[in-house]
Design a protein around this ligand. Structure first.
Ligand SMILES: [Zn+2]
Ligand SMILES: [Zn+2]
Length: 269
């Protein structure tokens, strides 16, 4: 079965895009997206230094080993062997593993908040630039990622129409632009988020059962991607317990026939 991917840029955008990028630095001098300090110059927008000042880049905490081989939870100290952590030991997580680019603190936490709840859509590229760091992870950097598929965690249609966009899909599309890895909206959310405050983690996980399903491609979807046997990079902004991404991974594997699902997020909560 095949699925819709992002629309390729229109002919007008292909012509006007480079011109706009060349002149936007003159009209809007580049500033750091986190602290609004002026930036020296704007070259390729794919580089972190063209989105963040050095002071802000220095305060961003990268996710570095040792971390849990399953959920990516970071630990102090020296571990030589792969280990599972207390965060996910009792949970059945269906993805192969999860990696995050940074810790959800300081400017990253603030940016994600502005992006998601403040509807600051222009922040998506700077977050995707940070997200790209995960592709350098030991278990991913030797993979031929062009053969993989970027898939967003879907929002329920009601939530998406409130927010006016799905933050995960926006990150997918920007990462696809930066890397050439194809992206497709393979999943849909059929049940809205329910209040889970009084539930323990296992109950929360059970509560998500049936919340997602494979999206059926329509006849007008021209740019389609095969899912069966595919390796998937499941994209979200923040990973906390991993319950939601685990349920998405279960559906991608069981109903979609995906071979492998690796969760990648900008931040680890
Ligand atoms: Zn800054
Ligand atoms: Zn873990």
């Amino acid at each position: 079965m095949s699925y819709p991917g992002p629309r390729p840029p229109s002919a007008l955008w292909r012509l006007a895009g480079p011109l706009m990028r060349a002149t936007e630095g003159l009209v809007f001098p580049p500033v750091c997206v986190a602290c609004a300090e002026p930036l020296p110059a704007m070259a390729e927008r794919h580089e972190e230094a063209n989105w963040f000042c050095q002071a802000c880049l220095d305060t961003i905490e990268p996710q570095v080993p040792p971390y849990c081989s399953k959920c990516g939870e970071m630990y102090d100290g020296a571990f030589t062997n792969a280990f599972r952590c207390s965060n996910c030991e009792g949970l059945k997580l269906e993805f192969d593993f999860a990696v995050a680019a940074c810790t959800a603190r300081g400017p990253v936490r603030e940016l994600i908040h502005r992006f998601k709840y403040g509807r600051r859509l222009h922040l998506r590229a700077s977050l995707a630039v940070l997200l790209r760091r995960v592709l350098e992870e030991e278990r991913l950097k030797h993979e031929d990622l062009a053969q993989w598929l970027l898939v967003p965690v879907p929002l329920h249609p009601e939530r998406e129409s409130d927010r006016e966009f799905n933050q995960s899909w926006e990150l997918c599309m920007r990462l696809a632009q930066f890397t050439g890895i194809p992206a497709a909206e393979v999943l849909e959310r059929t049940l809205p988020t329910v209040k889970q405050a009084n539930l323990n983690r296992r109950q929360r996980q059970e509560n998500l059962r049936g919340a997602f399903r494979i999206r059926q491609p329509r006849w007008w979807h021209r740019h389609v991607q095969e899912l069966k046997g595919r390796k998937i990079l499941l994209v979200d902004d923040v990973l906390t317990t991993g319950s939601t991404t685990s349920e998405c991974a279960r559906v991608l594997k069981n109903a979609g026939g995906a071979e492998k699902v690796v969760v990648i997020t900008v931040a680890r909560g």
